[in-house]
Design a protein around this ligand. Structure first.
Ligand code: TXA
Ligand code: MG
Length: 350
């Protein structure tokens, strides 16, 4: 398949009138799949009312079809077209955080493809905060299911180049709107119970959510992930890069010892650290993501950094720093744990 490739300057006025946006929207109307930027990561969009389009999304990604997709809408009110009820807390969250990196799980009304919802009674919906995404959604005038636009099992794409590397030739189009701002996927929350529950930590922090709706729960299985994996390589490899990742928690000298150990085993060593530590290690491939005093910058750089190791080819193991689990640090650590299949070495536990 010949993949159309468009570059769109997100700063220009009247994006909907731009030929690139119109062409991308037309492909969606023709049940083709198109990658476009959102504020979190690039999404691979398909018409959420079309079984054919959704089949194409799953096929291009090589994603198992029992994993439901997030539906993207161009304005808040459109949610009522696809769900049966919007309760008070869900409404408060929509009003406070849409458009933005928050996905809300609602009971659906049966109007979307059952392939989007994986036959569940619920549907996950969000309104993205990106001018290019909103223009495409508006112009297509469709609900658009969009998982991250990566090959299943690779880190999510935060640039159009990442998408191109994974999906060129497999999808109808790629809209390049520059690097994404948040860098990790949206937070997924289910508001159907008495207390809302975060199902996936992401771009919108728990702290911000709680300021609007009061205390929320976190899916217990996310907390379990902090313990030893019961089945390494099964449940936790979703974001895994090619090299094996180990997270290291402890002092600088403990970190250095882990590097030395891996080198002695004859392994090609990669180190994933913040910029402050860029020049600190010898004989390894160092990749940085953001600065320690700015966790948002770490989130923004994380997936691109993991991809750099994949592209490098000579790295067998990646030794990575850990981050405080406050604010966006919760999403960072959730993704890093998955990338590491839960391998974490803690200094005082050695
Ligand atoms: O930031 C994002 O959310 C990106 C961009 C492209 O918008 N999209 C994204 O989609 O991350 P995806 O398909 O990679 O992730 C969908 C997540 C999965 O964790 C899935 O299990 C969950 O949402 N999900 C979808 N529908 C659900 C439902 N009905 N109930 C519970 N979880 C659901
Ligand atoms: Mg994904």
């Amino acid at each position: 398949m010949n993949t159309h490739y468009w570059v769109v300057d997100e700063g220009v006025d009247n994006l909907c009138e731009h030929p690139q946006i119109k062409a991308a929207a037309q492909l969606l109307k023709d049940q083709q799949v198109v990658a476009f930027p959102t504020e979190t990561v690039y999404g691979l969009g398909g018409n959420a009312q079309s079984d054919d389009a959704i089949d194409r999304v799953f096929q291009a990604k090589g994603r198992p079809s029992d994993n439901p997709l997030i539906v993207h809408i161009a304005s808040r009110d459109l949610v009522y077209d696809y769900v049966s009820t919007v309760n008070k807390k869900a409404k408060q969250l929509m009003d406070a955080f849409w458009p933005g990196p928050l996905t809300i799980v609602f009971p659906h009304n049966g109007t979307l493809s059952t392939k989007v919802t994986a036959e569940l009674p619920t549907v996950a919906i969000r309104m993205p905060d990106h001018p290019v995404a909103l223009a495409i959604l508006t112009e297509a005038a469709l609900p658009v299911a969009a998982p991250s636009a990566n090959t299943s099992g690779r880190p999510s794409p935060t640039t159009a180049d990442h998408v191109f590397g994974d999906l060129d030739g497999k999808i109808a189009g790629i809209v390049n709107g520059g690097p994404t701002g948040v860098g990790v996927e949206s937070t997924v929350i289910d508001c159907s119970g008495e207390v809302p529950m975060i199902l996936r930590p992401g771009g919108l922090t728990k702290e911000k959510i709680e300021r609007v709706v009061g205390p929320v729960d976190v899916d217990p299985s996310l907390i379990e992930e902090q313990e030893a994996p019961r089945s390494p390589g099964m449940k936790y490899t979703h974001y895994a890069p090619i090299a094996k990742v180990t997270l290291v928690e402890g002092t600088d000298s403990f970190f250095q010892r882990q590097i030395d150990k891996a080198k002695q085993e004859g392994l090609g060593v990669g180190v994933l650290v913040t910029e402050e530590k860029a020049g600190s290690f010898e004989g390894v491939t160092t990749v940085t993501c953001g600065t320690r005093d700015n966790l948002a910058s770490v989130a923004r750089g994380l997936y691109g950094a993991l991809r750099q190791f994949d592209d490098h080819g000579e790295v067998d193991v990646i030794i990575a720093q850990v981050y405080p689990e406050t604010d966006i640090g919760q999403a960072i650590m959730n993704r890093l744990r998955k990338a590491a299949a839960n391998r974490i070495v803690v200094e005082n536990e050695e």
